[in-house]
Design a protein around this ligand. Structure first.
Ligand SMILES: [Zn+2]
Length: 85
């Protein structure tokens, strides 16, 4: 079993997975990652700031079996992620 923390973009529904759970990641790291992605969307400065906090607040912790984590995008954002459970 492995743990994953999932960030989901509220604009395009793309997912970014992190290994481990919230305790393994600084909030600043998660916010940066969300902000990087939200830059691709044409949001105003303040909308982007609000959205990135939303993304991190809504981050979801999952316990995954076997190789499920390997199929998640841990190195970037991907839109076509099928999540089980
Ligand atoms: Zn997006």
């Amino acid at each position: 079993m492995s743990r994953a923390l999932l960030l989901r973009c509220p604009v395009c529904d793309a997912t970014h997975a992190f290994r481990g759970d919230r305790d393994d990641h600084e909030k600043a790291e998660l916010l940066d990652r969300a902000d990087d992605h939200l830059r691709d969307h044409a949001l105003g400065e303040s909308a982007r700031a609000i959205r990135k906090h939303e993304v991190v607040a809504d981050a979801e912790e999952r316990i995954l079996a076997g190789d499920e984590l390997d199929r998640l995008p841990t190195d970037g954002w991907r839109a076509d992620v099928a999540l089980v459970g």
